[in-house]
Design a protein around this ligand. Structure first.
Ligand SMILES: C[S@@+](CC[C@H](N)C(=O)[O-])C[C@H]1O[C@@H](n2cnc3c(N)ncnc32)[C@H](O)[C@@H]1O
Length: 312
Protein backbone atom coordinates (compact mmCIF):
# COMPACT_ATOMS: atom_id res chain seq x y z
CA UNK A 1 0.00 0.00 0.00
CA UNK A 2 1.96 3.01 -1.22
CA UNK A 3 1.81 6.32 -3.04
CA UNK A 4 -1.20 8.58 -2.74
CA UNK A 5 -2.50 9.95 -6.00
CA UNK A 6 -4.53 12.90 -7.14
CA UNK A 7 -8.26 12.37 -7.36
CA UNK A 8 -9.28 11.08 -10.77
CA UNK A 9 -13.00 11.48 -10.52
CA UNK A 10 -15.78 14.01 -10.25
CA UNK A 11 -16.84 15.10 -6.79
CA UNK A 12 -19.02 12.58 -4.99
CA UNK A 13 -22.62 13.11 -4.18
CA UNK A 14 -22.87 14.79 -0.79
CA UNK A 15 -22.74 12.59 2.28
CA UNK A 16 -25.47 13.05 4.87
CA UNK A 17 -23.32 15.18 7.16
CA UNK A 18 -26.23 16.27 9.24
CA UNK A 19 -28.76 13.74 8.09
CA UNK A 20 -31.63 12.91 10.33
CA UNK A 21 -32.95 9.49 11.18
CA UNK A 22 -33.63 7.18 8.28
CA UNK A 23 -36.97 7.72 6.66
CA UNK A 24 -39.48 4.95 6.89
CA UNK A 25 -38.54 3.90 3.37
CA UNK A 26 -35.04 3.07 4.51
CA UNK A 27 -35.96 -0.42 5.65
CA UNK A 28 -34.24 -2.16 7.21
CA UNK A 29 -33.51 0.78 9.54
CA UNK A 30 -31.65 -1.27 12.10
CA UNK A 31 -29.40 -4.27 12.47
CA UNK A 32 -29.42 -6.15 15.76
CA UNK A 33 -31.65 -3.31 17.06
CA UNK A 34 -28.97 -0.70 16.29
CA UNK A 35 -29.79 2.16 13.91
CA UNK A 36 -27.93 1.95 10.63
CA UNK A 37 -25.21 4.45 9.79
CA UNK A 38 -26.67 5.65 6.50
CA UNK A 39 -29.69 7.36 5.08
CA UNK A 40 -31.44 6.06 2.04
CA UNK A 41 -30.35 8.01 -1.02
CA UNK A 42 -31.45 7.67 -4.60
CA UNK A 43 -30.59 4.35 -6.15
CA UNK A 44 -31.53 5.16 -9.74
CA UNK A 45 -28.75 4.92 -12.25
CA UNK A 46 -28.42 6.98 -15.38
CA UNK A 47 -26.06 7.46 -18.28
CA UNK A 48 -22.54 6.17 -17.80
CA UNK A 49 -23.30 4.67 -14.42
CA UNK A 50 -26.21 2.64 -15.79
CA UNK A 51 -24.02 1.56 -18.67
CA UNK A 52 -21.25 0.53 -16.28
CA UNK A 53 -23.75 -1.49 -14.24
CA UNK A 54 -25.02 -3.21 -17.37
CA UNK A 55 -21.50 -3.94 -18.57
CA UNK A 56 -19.77 -4.98 -15.37
CA UNK A 57 -22.23 -6.00 -12.65
CA UNK A 58 -22.30 -9.62 -13.61
CA UNK A 59 -18.52 -9.93 -13.37
CA UNK A 60 -17.81 -7.73 -10.36
CA UNK A 61 -20.90 -7.36 -8.13
CA UNK A 62 -21.27 -10.02 -5.46
CA UNK A 63 -24.84 -11.26 -5.64
CA UNK A 64 -25.85 -11.54 -1.99
CA UNK A 65 -28.98 -13.31 -0.76
CA UNK A 66 -31.11 -10.81 1.22
CA UNK A 67 -33.44 -11.10 4.17
CA UNK A 68 -35.10 -7.67 4.23
CA UNK A 69 -34.28 -4.91 1.80
CA UNK A 70 -31.52 -4.49 -0.73
CA UNK A 71 -28.71 -3.76 1.74
CA UNK A 72 -29.30 -6.69 4.08
CA UNK A 73 -27.33 -9.92 4.01
CA UNK A 74 -28.82 -13.33 4.68
CA UNK A 75 -26.88 -14.47 7.77
CA UNK A 76 -26.66 -17.95 6.29
CA UNK A 77 -24.57 -16.67 3.35
CA UNK A 78 -20.76 -16.87 3.47
CA UNK A 79 -18.47 -15.17 0.95
CA UNK A 80 -16.08 -17.47 -0.89
CA UNK A 81 -13.23 -15.17 -1.90
CA UNK A 82 -11.32 -17.82 -3.80
CA UNK A 83 -14.35 -18.54 -5.96
CA UNK A 84 -15.19 -14.85 -6.43
CA UNK A 85 -11.66 -13.79 -7.45
CA UNK A 86 -10.61 -17.06 -9.03
CA UNK A 87 -7.46 -17.11 -6.92
CA UNK A 88 -6.16 -17.00 -3.36
CA UNK A 89 -4.65 -13.65 -2.32
CA UNK A 90 -4.66 -11.36 0.73
CA UNK A 91 -8.04 -9.64 1.00
CA UNK A 92 -8.49 -5.92 1.68
CA UNK A 93 -12.04 -4.81 2.56
CA UNK A 94 -13.06 -1.17 2.29
CA UNK A 95 -16.19 -0.21 4.20
CA UNK A 96 -18.15 2.72 2.80
CA UNK A 97 -16.12 2.84 -0.40
CA UNK A 98 -18.14 5.74 -1.83
CA UNK A 99 -17.25 6.27 -5.47
CA UNK A 100 -14.44 3.72 -5.34
CA UNK A 101 -11.57 6.20 -5.55
CA UNK A 102 -9.45 4.65 -2.80
CA UNK A 103 -10.18 1.01 -3.49
CA UNK A 104 -9.60 1.21 -7.24
CA UNK A 105 -6.40 3.18 -6.85
CA UNK A 106 -5.07 0.64 -4.34
CA UNK A 107 -6.15 -2.27 -6.53
CA UNK A 108 -4.24 -0.81 -9.45
CA UNK A 109 -1.15 -0.33 -7.28
CA UNK A 110 -1.43 -3.84 -5.84
CA UNK A 111 -2.53 -6.36 -8.41
CA UNK A 112 -1.30 -9.09 -6.06
CA UNK A 113 -4.06 -8.31 -3.52
CA UNK A 114 -7.82 -8.85 -3.70
CA UNK A 115 -10.14 -5.96 -2.80
CA UNK A 116 -13.77 -5.99 -1.70
CA UNK A 117 -15.66 -2.67 -1.72
CA UNK A 118 -18.65 -2.57 0.65
CA UNK A 119 -21.12 0.26 0.04
CA UNK A 120 -24.86 0.80 0.47
CA UNK A 121 -25.11 3.53 -2.16
CA UNK A 122 -25.81 1.98 -5.54
CA UNK A 123 -24.70 4.95 -7.68
CA UNK A 124 -21.39 4.86 -5.78
CA UNK A 125 -21.00 1.20 -6.66
CA UNK A 126 -21.85 1.95 -10.29
CA UNK A 127 -19.13 4.61 -10.32
CA UNK A 128 -16.76 2.04 -8.82
CA UNK A 129 -17.67 -0.37 -11.62
CA UNK A 130 -16.93 2.38 -14.12
CA UNK A 131 -13.46 2.77 -12.62
CA UNK A 132 -12.93 -0.99 -12.60
CA UNK A 133 -13.76 -1.06 -16.29
CA UNK A 134 -11.71 2.00 -17.20
CA UNK A 135 -8.67 0.76 -15.32
CA UNK A 136 -9.28 -2.83 -16.43
CA UNK A 137 -8.96 -4.11 -12.89
CA UNK A 138 -9.51 -7.78 -12.22
CA UNK A 139 -8.86 -7.76 -8.45
CA UNK A 140 -11.86 -5.75 -7.18
CA UNK A 141 -15.33 -7.00 -6.28
CA UNK A 142 -18.14 -4.84 -4.91
CA UNK A 143 -21.10 -5.60 -2.71
CA UNK A 144 -24.15 -3.49 -1.93
CA UNK A 145 -24.63 -4.23 1.74
CA UNK A 146 -24.80 -2.84 5.26
CA UNK A 147 -21.24 -3.21 6.55
CA UNK A 148 -21.98 -4.61 10.04
CA UNK A 149 -23.87 -7.47 8.42
CA UNK A 150 -20.97 -8.15 6.07
CA UNK A 151 -18.58 -8.31 9.01
CA UNK A 152 -20.89 -10.27 11.31
CA UNK A 153 -21.70 -13.17 9.01
CA UNK A 154 -20.84 -12.77 5.34
CA UNK A 155 -17.04 -12.75 5.63
CA UNK A 156 -15.43 -15.85 7.11
CA UNK A 157 -13.71 -15.22 10.46
CA UNK A 158 -10.02 -14.35 10.11
CA UNK A 159 -10.26 -13.98 6.33
CA UNK A 160 -9.27 -10.30 5.94
CA UNK A 161 -5.73 -8.89 5.81
CA UNK A 162 -6.76 -5.23 6.03
CA UNK A 163 -10.03 -3.51 6.89
CA UNK A 164 -10.37 0.11 5.80
CA UNK A 165 -12.88 2.70 7.04
CA UNK A 166 -12.09 6.06 5.47
CA UNK A 167 -14.16 9.18 6.12
CA UNK A 168 -17.32 7.51 7.40
CA UNK A 169 -20.35 9.77 7.75
CA UNK A 170 -19.68 11.89 10.85
CA UNK A 171 -23.21 12.17 12.29
CA UNK A 172 -22.32 15.38 14.13
CA UNK A 173 -25.23 15.85 16.43
CA UNK A 174 -24.98 14.19 19.81
CA UNK A 175 -28.37 12.57 19.42
CA UNK A 176 -27.15 11.00 16.16
CA UNK A 177 -23.87 9.60 17.49
CA UNK A 178 -25.55 6.22 17.86
CA UNK A 179 -25.67 6.13 14.06
CA UNK A 180 -21.91 6.35 13.69
CA UNK A 181 -20.42 3.26 12.09
CA UNK A 182 -17.34 3.13 14.31
CA UNK A 183 -18.59 2.57 17.82
CA UNK A 184 -18.03 -0.05 20.52
CA UNK A 185 -20.24 -2.63 18.81
CA UNK A 186 -18.23 -2.34 15.58
CA UNK A 187 -14.89 -3.40 17.09
CA UNK A 188 -15.77 -7.08 17.72
CA UNK A 189 -16.99 -7.28 14.12
CA UNK A 190 -13.68 -5.91 12.88
CA UNK A 191 -11.82 -8.30 15.20
CA UNK A 192 -13.85 -11.22 13.90
CA UNK A 193 -12.91 -10.80 10.24
CA UNK A 194 -9.27 -9.76 10.57
CA UNK A 195 -6.54 -12.38 10.53
CA UNK A 196 -3.94 -12.26 13.34
CA UNK A 197 -1.59 -9.40 12.48
CA UNK A 198 -4.21 -7.88 10.17
CA UNK A 199 -4.66 -4.11 10.12
CA UNK A 200 -7.72 -1.97 10.77
CA UNK A 201 -7.11 1.43 9.19
CA UNK A 202 -9.33 4.42 9.87
CA UNK A 203 -9.42 8.03 8.78
CA UNK A 204 -11.72 10.95 9.47
CA UNK A 205 -11.66 14.72 9.15
CA UNK A 206 -13.74 15.42 12.24
CA UNK A 207 -12.12 15.60 15.66
CA UNK A 208 -15.10 14.35 17.63
CA UNK A 209 -15.31 11.21 15.51
CA UNK A 210 -11.50 10.83 15.63
CA UNK A 211 -11.63 10.82 19.42
CA UNK A 212 -14.43 8.25 19.34
CA UNK A 213 -12.49 6.05 16.89
CA UNK A 214 -9.39 6.22 19.06
CA UNK A 215 -11.39 5.31 22.18
CA UNK A 216 -13.11 2.41 20.42
CA UNK A 217 -9.88 0.98 19.00
CA UNK A 218 -7.79 1.49 22.14
CA UNK A 219 -10.43 -0.24 24.28
CA UNK A 220 -11.20 -3.06 21.84
CA UNK A 221 -10.29 -6.60 22.75
CA UNK A 222 -7.93 -8.15 20.23
CA UNK A 223 -6.37 -4.91 18.96
CA UNK A 224 -3.28 -2.84 19.67
CA UNK A 225 -2.77 0.70 18.49
CA UNK A 226 0.20 0.51 16.13
CA UNK A 227 1.11 4.14 16.92
CA UNK A 228 0.32 4.12 20.62
CA UNK A 229 1.67 7.24 22.32
CA UNK A 230 2.87 8.84 19.09
CA UNK A 231 2.10 12.41 17.99
CA UNK A 232 1.17 13.87 21.38
CA UNK A 233 0.98 17.49 22.53
CA UNK A 234 1.65 20.09 19.84
CA UNK A 235 2.40 17.32 17.30
CA UNK A 236 -1.09 15.86 17.68
CA UNK A 237 -3.55 16.67 14.91
CA UNK A 238 -6.13 16.97 17.65
CA UNK A 239 -4.20 19.70 19.46
CA UNK A 240 -3.71 21.41 16.12
CA UNK A 241 -7.41 21.36 15.31
CA UNK A 242 -8.31 22.60 18.76
CA UNK A 243 -5.67 25.31 18.42
CA UNK A 244 -6.92 26.44 15.01
CA UNK A 245 -10.57 26.54 15.97
CA UNK A 246 -11.33 25.45 12.39
CA UNK A 247 -14.20 23.19 13.35
CA UNK A 248 -16.20 26.01 14.82
CA UNK A 249 -17.31 26.89 11.35
CA UNK A 250 -18.12 24.83 8.29
CA UNK A 251 -18.75 26.63 5.05
CA UNK A 252 -18.78 29.92 6.90
CA UNK A 253 -21.60 28.87 9.23
CA UNK A 254 -21.12 27.85 12.84
CA UNK A 255 -21.50 24.11 13.40
CA UNK A 256 -23.58 24.08 16.50
CA UNK A 257 -26.31 22.17 18.17
CA UNK A 258 -27.82 24.50 20.70
CA UNK A 259 -24.87 26.30 22.26
CA UNK A 260 -22.34 23.52 22.11
CA UNK A 261 -20.15 22.96 19.06
CA UNK A 262 -21.28 19.67 17.61
CA UNK A 263 -17.95 18.49 16.31
CA UNK A 264 -15.77 18.75 19.39
CA UNK A 265 -15.97 19.69 23.02
CA UNK A 266 -12.75 21.68 22.67
CA UNK A 267 -13.45 23.79 19.62
CA UNK A 268 -12.30 27.09 20.98
CA UNK A 269 -8.88 28.37 20.04
CA UNK A 270 -6.17 27.47 22.50
CA UNK A 271 -8.39 25.05 24.36
CA UNK A 272 -6.83 21.79 25.32
CA UNK A 273 -3.75 19.76 24.57
CA UNK A 274 -3.95 16.15 23.42
CA UNK A 275 -1.54 14.25 25.66
CA UNK A 276 -2.72 10.80 24.58
CA UNK A 277 -1.75 10.81 20.90
CA UNK A 278 -1.79 7.47 19.15
CA UNK A 279 -2.37 8.94 15.68
CA UNK A 280 -0.94 7.20 12.65
CA UNK A 281 0.83 9.10 9.89
CA UNK A 282 -1.32 9.59 6.82
CA UNK A 283 -1.76 6.20 5.16
CA UNK A 284 0.27 6.46 1.97
CA UNK A 285 -1.84 3.78 0.30
CA UNK A 286 -4.96 5.94 0.45
CA UNK A 287 -5.67 7.91 -2.68
CA UNK A 288 -6.71 11.48 -2.01
CA UNK A 289 -10.47 11.08 -2.32
CA UNK A 290 -12.82 13.94 -3.03
CA UNK A 291 -13.95 13.83 0.60
CA UNK A 292 -10.42 14.24 1.89
CA UNK A 293 -9.73 16.96 -0.67
CA UNK A 294 -12.76 18.93 0.53
CA UNK A 295 -11.54 18.62 4.10
CA UNK A 296 -8.16 20.01 3.10
CA UNK A 297 -9.82 22.88 1.25
CA UNK A 298 -11.85 23.72 4.36
CA UNK A 299 -8.68 23.67 6.44
CA UNK A 300 -9.84 20.75 8.59
CA UNK A 301 -7.44 18.27 10.13
CA UNK A 302 -7.08 14.67 8.98
CA UNK A 303 -6.86 11.95 11.60
CA UNK A 304 -5.46 8.52 10.77
CA UNK A 305 -5.50 5.53 13.10
CA UNK A 306 -4.13 2.01 12.65
CA UNK A 307 -4.90 -0.93 14.92
CA UNK A 308 -3.30 -4.35 14.59
CA UNK A 309 -5.23 -7.53 15.27
CA UNK A 310 -3.43 -9.52 17.91
CA UNK A 311 -3.36 -13.33 17.81
CA UNK A 312 -5.80 -14.77 20.31
C1 LIG B 1 -18.58 10.20 3.66
S1 LIG B 1 -18.65 8.89 2.55
C2 LIG B 1 -16.93 8.50 2.30
C3 LIG B 1 -16.69 7.67 1.08
C4 LIG B 1 -15.22 7.24 0.85
N1 LIG B 1 -14.76 6.40 1.92
C5 LIG B 1 -14.33 8.40 0.63
O1 LIG B 1 -13.46 8.67 1.44
O2 LIG B 1 -14.50 9.08 -0.40
C6 LIG B 1 -19.22 7.54 3.52
C7 LIG B 1 -19.77 6.40 2.71
O3 LIG B 1 -20.11 5.32 3.58
C8 LIG B 1 -21.29 4.71 3.09
N2 LIG B 1 -21.91 3.97 4.23
C9 LIG B 1 -22.44 4.52 5.33
N3 LIG B 1 -22.89 3.57 6.16
C10 LIG B 1 -22.61 2.38 5.56
C11 LIG B 1 -22.85 1.03 5.93
N4 LIG B 1 -23.45 0.73 7.08
N5 LIG B 1 -22.45 0.05 5.11
C12 LIG B 1 -21.84 0.36 3.92
N6 LIG B 1 -21.60 1.63 3.51
C13 LIG B 1 -21.97 2.63 4.33
C14 LIG B 1 -22.11 5.86 2.58
O4 LIG B 1 -23.08 5.45 1.64
C15 LIG B 1 -21.03 6.74 1.95
O5 LIG B 1 -20.85 6.44 0.59
Amino acid sequence: MHQPSAPDSPAPDPAPDNAGPSPASAAPGSFHTQPVSYVRRGSRLQGRRQQAWDDYAEAFVIDVPRVAGDTSVDPGYEFDAEAAFGRRAPLVVEIGSGLGEAVCHAAQEHPEWNFLAVEVYRPGLAQTLLRIGTKQLSNVRVVQANAPEVLATMLPAGSVAELWVFFPDPWHKTRHHKRRLVKDSFAPLAARVLEPGGLWRLATDWSSYAIQMREVGNAAAGFVNVHDGERTGPASPLTQVWESGVEQEVGGAPVREGKAPVSTGNASQGEGMDELGGWAPRFEGRALTSFEQKAHEAGRGIFDLTFRRTGD
